[in-house]
Design a protein around this ligand. Sequence first.
Ligand SMILES: Cc1ncc(COP(=O)(O)O)c(C=O)c1O
Length: 315
Amino acid sequence: MLSELERIHLGEFPTPLHELKNLSSYLKGPRIYIKRDDLTGLALGGNKVRKLEYILADALAQKAEVIITIGAVSSNHARQTAAAAAVLGLECQLVLIGPEPEQMQGNYLLDHLLGADCYCVRNRDVETAVARLIEENHRRGKVSYVIPAGGHTPLGAIAYMQAYSEIKAQSPQDFAAVVTAVGTGTTYAGLHLGQKNNPDDTRVIGISVGGDLAWCHREILKVVNEVEEQLEWTASRPEDFNIFTDYIGEGYTIVYPRVQEVIKLLARKEGVLLDPVYTGKAMVGLIDLITKGFFRPDQNVLFLHTGGTPELFSL
Ligand SMILES: Cc1ncc(COP(=O)(O)O)c(C=O)c1O
């Protein structure tokens, strides 16, 4: 089933995978490696480019002419969708949750630069706004294709299932853990499926940036179980996941001092730029687990850099 899936070319793969030698010796813990999905290549990169290669292949197969998606005003997913739609010559409509920003900056600035039509709405008005756009597009004779926020679909997860095989092919060493931020949970879902497809001792660890444990389990299971059903695999259960919710702070997008410290640490030790919403919090989690002795010094650990660069400028 997987080999039959259409995938279009939007980004540059495989992304680099390299060791963070200075950080590893500074922490005196395991050898830390990083997978650079911040360098997927399209309009400042990020993890959504992988998902969109599968999701937009499906949109093209359905003869879509307008891509509609949803996200926060600062959404990386919205920006990458706008870029992908531009490359494919499709219209892009972004339903963004939150008040219209007073200043054009970060992803919101790039959404406009990339030619997307942006509609800022309240959370409770999202469904109505999407329905209205579909209806208006239909009246113009245009076929709409709606991508859920964050590309949270089985195809999005399959993209990260494939990324897990990419990691395996790139790295001779075994990883005790692969660590990723959990937003909508699609990336985690895909890595979990990838590990199941390449059984080894690697633990896939997710650091939630907003959702509580029950929410993360539910959202991840939704896409994991759907892919498992299509593949006729046994269904995963919440006990199969390793999700930490201790590093959220006061909530999604709310930055706390340790996140700023860790962003600075990675910049100054490795020249790697993390973002304040996702990868900064995920790295706070990884470093905390290392300092608590979660890993042995002779082990290897892989951190997935999922992107988010444009929002670093609002730090
Ligand atoms: C930079 C970045 N990292 C991580 C994530 C989380 O990925 P996922 O939604 O697949 O959990 C997102 C988006 O949600 C993101 O934009």
